[in-house]
Design a protein around this ligand. Structure first.
Ligand code: GAL
Length: 666
C-alpha cells in the first residue's frame, strides 16, 4: 500500500508542481484608476473617476457599476505593462448621464496591444447594454485603451470603462505619454528661380476695381510682365500687382511671366470677367482664433505686412480679414470698444481701435492684398457688438465705400429679429439672400461668406447668396475633430462645392493660436492642411501671424499642396475605402491636368499601410506618383501605391500618367 502511495505521489508530482508554482505566483487586481490618469488624452474635458460609495454611480443602460473611469472621445491612454499583466477585464458602454450632450454619435472602444487590435466593442449607442472585456494580455509591453467615434462627428457624451482592472503577476502597470511626434519640415525651401504660384483662373466683375497680386516665389527682385493683358488693366512690373478696371465681360487668356537673375517662369492665367467671383477657394487670414476681442487696426496692418514678408502672399494668400469686435458695443469689457452703435445718419460706428477704416483698407490694398470685414443680420454680433439688423443695405454700401473685398455674415442674434424657432427655410435663408443681393449691387467685388453653421443644409442654396458657407459649428480650440469634419464634409455635401461657391468647414488652426501652441501634433497639422486642400475648402489661416515659425510656414506655404486646393476644376475630394471605424481611407480629387491628388489617410493611433488603387484601361495602369509635401517623385507604379502613413496622418500624393507627369512637373 505504502509503495502504491509513494508511486502515486511520484506520478502526481509533475502535475502538482505547476499548481504549487501558480499558487506561489501572486496574481493581484490592479484597478485602472490607480494609474496616473492625467496621461489620458481626450478631446473634451478630463477623465472622471467613480469610486465605490460615491453619491453618483456609474451606470450603463441602467446597470450600476461599483467603480470606473468615464472619458470622452477622442480618448487614449497609453500604458506600459512591462509584460507583467495577465488579463484586462472591464465592462464598457455609453454612460446613462446625458447632461452636456450636444450631439451624439456612436462610439467605439478599442484595446490595442503592441500596435495590434486585441478587442473592439464595435459602434455603441446610448442605451446599449454594456459589453464585457476579459482578455489575455500576457507578454504585452504597451497597451492602449482608446475610444473613438464610430459615427460622423465627435460628441460630448461620456464613455465608461466600468470596473476596469488588470490582473497582474509582475510589475505594476504605469500610464505613459503617447509617443512623441517630432515637428519635421517636409516642404523644401522655395528655389531661387522665379516661380509663379496660385490659381490659374481669377474671376472679376465688369466695372469693379481690379486688384490681383501675382503670387511668385524666387529671389527678388523679380521682373513681371504679362502677354495679352486686356485693356483697362495695368501690371506693375516690380511688384507684380495688376490693377485697373475691365469694362467688357469675357475670358481673357493672359500669359504671366516672372523673371529674375536665376531664371524665368510663365503661367497661363485666365481672367474671367462676368458675374462669378471666387472661382477657386479664397485664401487669406482671419484674426478670430488669435485676437478675439483684442483686434485693432494696427494688428490688421501688421498681419498684412507679415503676409507680404513671410512668403504667404507669394503662394496665393490674399485676404486679410477682421472678424468680430471692430464695431462699437453698448457694454463690453473694453471701454475703448463701447460707444454709440450708429451715428445720426445711421452709419455703423467702428470702435476707437479702428480710427480709419478706409486708411486701413488702402494700406492693405497697396500691398496688392485684400481686406475683409464681419457683421451679423441680427442687432448684435456673437460678441455683443453692433450689427446690421435694419441697416443691411446701408452697411453693404458702407463696407464697399470703406474698400472691403470680403464680408463674413454671422447669424448670431438674428433670432431676435424673427423670434424663437423653429424656422422655415425661407426665414433661415432670407438674411443671407438679402445681404448677398446688396453686396452684388455695389461696384466692388465682395466675396460673401455665410456663417450660419450649416442650417437648412446651406450647401444646397449657399451659392445663390454668396461664395462660401460655413458648414457647421466653430471648430473651437479643441480641434482634433478636424479629421471627422473633413470626412463628414466629403461624404455628405462635398459635391455642392464648386467654382464660385465653397463649403467652409472653418479656419486652418495650426501653429500658434490664442496665446498657445495649437493642440494638434505636427502630423495632425499636416493632415489638417492636406484635407482642407483636398476638400477643397477656403484656406484661411487663423493663427498668430506674429508667431509663425518655420514649421507652420512650411505647412501653409507649399505651392504644390496649394495647387491641389486652387485647381481650376474645383472638384471635391471623394472618399473611398472607408468602413464604420473610419480609421483608414483615401480621398481622391480630380485635377485639371488629368491627374489626381490623393490623400492616404490614417485616423488611427498607430502608423499603418494605406493603399490607393487606380482603376482604368491598360494605359493608365502605370502611373507616376509624386509626394507633394516633400515635392519628390516616388517613381512609376503599377495598379496601386501603398505607403505607411503615420498615426493621424495623411500622405498627400499626386498620381498622373507618365505623360502628364512630364508636362506638369518638368
Ligand atoms: C461665431 C463664428 C466664429 C466667429 C465668432 C465671432 O459665431 O462662428 O467664426 O466669427 O462668432 O463672435
Amino acid at each position: 500500500m505504502k509503495a502504491y502511495i509513494l508511486c502515486l505521489r511520484l506520478i502526481l508530482i509533475p502535475f502538482l508542481l505547476p499548481v504549487i508554482g501558480a499558487a506561489q505566483k501572486t496574481v493581484k487586481t490592479f484597478p485602472l484608476s490607480s494609474l496616473d490618469l492625467s496621461k489620458m488624452k481626450q478631446t473634451y474635458g478630463v477623465p472622471r473617476v467613480y469610486h465605490r460609495g460615491d453619491e453618483k454611480q456609474m451606470t450603463i443602460a441602467k446597470k450600476t457599476f461599483g467603480y470606473g473611469v468615464g472619458t470622452r472621445i477622442k480618448s487614449a491612454l497609453w500604458i506600459d505593462l512591462a509584460r507583467g499583466a495577465d488579463r484586462f477585464i472591464a465592462d464598457v458602454g455609453v454612460d446613462d448621464d446625458t447632461t452636456n450632450i450636444v450631439f451624439f454619435t456612436k462610439q467605439n472602444f478599442k484595446v490595442i496591444g503592441d500596435g495590434k487590435k486585441l478587442w473592439e466593442s464595435g459602434p455603441m449607442d446610448l442605451g446599449d447594454p454594456s459589453k464585457h472585456i476579459d482578455i489575455d494580455i500576457r507578454g504585452i509591453d504597451t497597451l492602449v485603451l482608446t475610444v473613438v467615434n464610430a459615427g460622423d462627428l465627435s460628441s460630448y457624451v461620456q464613455m465608461d470603462w466600468a470596473e476596469p482592472r488588470f490582473m497582474i503577476s509582475g510589475k505594476d502597470p504605469v500610464a505613459i505619454s503617447a509617443p512623441e511626434d517630432k515637428a519635421v519640415i517636409l516642404t523644401p525651401k522655395p528655389r531661387p528661380v522665379a516661380q509663379i504660384n496660385g490659381p490659374k483662373v481669377y474671376g472679376c466683375r465688369p466695372g469693379s476695381p481690379f486688384l490681383y497680386r501675382i503670387p511668385a516665389t524666387g529671389t527678388r527682385p523679380i521682373r513681371f510682365s504679362a502677354k495679352r493683358l486686356p485693356a483697362g488693366l495695368t501690371l506693375d512690373d516690380q511688384t507684380g500687382i495688376i490693377t485697373g478696371t475691365l469694362k467688357k465681360r469675357g475670358d481673357y487668356k493672359v500669359v504671366l511671366k516672372a523673371q529674375n537673375a536665376a531664371g524665368t517662369d510663365t503661367r497661363a492665367f485666365t481672367i474671367s470677367c462676368g458675374d462669378k467671383l471666387a472661382l477657386t477657394p479664397p485664401m487669406g487670414w482671419n484674426d478670430w482664433y488669435t485676437h478675439f476681442d483684442n483686434i485693432t487696426d494696427q494688428k490688421m496692418r501688421k498681419a498684412a505686412d507679415l503676409m507680404e514678408q513671410n512668403g504667404m502672399a507669394d503662394v496665393g494668400y490674399q485676404y486679410v480679414n477682421i472678424d468680430d469686435c471692430w464695431m462699437n458695443a453698448t457694454a463690453v469689457r473694453h471701454p475703448g470698444r463701447v460707444g454709440p452703435l450708429r451715428n445720426a445718419a445711421g452709419d455703423i460706428q467702428p470702435n476707437s481701435y479702428f480710427p480709419d477704416m478706409k486708411g486701413m483698407t488702402d494700406y492693405i490694398h497697396a500691398k496688392g492684398l485684400k481686406a475683409g470685414i464681419y457683421s451679423s443680420p441680427g442687432p448684435t454680433t456673437c460678441g455683443g457688438y453692433g450689427a446690421s439688423a435694419g441697416h443691411e443695405e446701408q452697411d453693404a454700401r458702407q463696407f464697399a465705400n470703406w474698400g472691403f473685398d470680403f464680408l463674413k455674415y454671422d447669424w448670431c442674434s438674428y433670432s431676435e429679429v424673427i423670434g424663437p424657432g423653429p424656422y422655415t427655410s425661407e426665414q433661415m435663408q432670407k438674411p443671407f439672400r438679402d445681404m448677398g443681393k446688396y453686396l452684388k449691387e455695389q461696384q466692388r467685388d465682395i466675396i460673401f461668406n455665410l456663417c450660419q453653421y450649416g442650417m437648412d443644409s446651406v450647401w444646397r442654396w449657399g451659392a445663390e447668396a454668396g461664395h462660401s458657407w460655413r458648414t457647421g459649428a466653430d471648430l473651437g480650440l479643441d480641434i482634433d475633430i478636424f479629421y471627422d469634419v473633413a470626412i463628414k464634409n466629403a461624404l455628405e455635401y462635398g459635391s455642392w462645392s464648386k467654382p464660385g461657391g465653397w463649403n467652409d468647414p472653418d479656419y486652418l488652426q495650426i501653429g500658434f493660436l490664442s496665446n498657445a501652441p495649437c493642440k494638434l501634433s505636427p502630423t495632425e497639422q499636416y493632415s489638417f492642411m492636406s484635407l482642407w486642400c483636398l476638400l477643397p475648402s477656403p484656406l484661411f489661416y487663423s493663427g498668430d501671424m506674429e508667431k509663425l515659425d518655420d514649421f507652420t510656414l512650411n505647412i501653409l506655404c507649399n505651392p504644390e499642396v496649394i495647387e491641389v486646393n486652387q485647381d481650376r476644376l474645383g472638384k471635391p475630394g471623394i472618399i473611398s475605402g472607408i468602413d464604420s471605424t473610419k480609421e483608414t481611407f483615401v480621398m481622391v480629387k480630380e485635377l485639371e491636368d488629368g491627374s489626381k491628388a490623393v490623400g492616404l489617410c490614417n485616423q488611427g493611433l498607430f502608423p499603418t499601410e494605406v493603399t490607393y488603387k487606380w482603376a482604368g484601361d491598360k494605359k493608365s495602369k502605370r502611373q507616376a506618383v509624386r509626394d507633394l509635401w516633400r515635392q519628390q517623385d516616388k517613381g512609376i507604379f503599377q495598379n496601386e501605391f501603398t505607403t505607411t502613413v503615420p498615426a493621424r496622418g495623411v500622405a498627400l500624393i499626386k498620381v498622373s500618367n507618365q505623360q502628364a507627369q512630364l508636362i506638369c512637373c518638368h
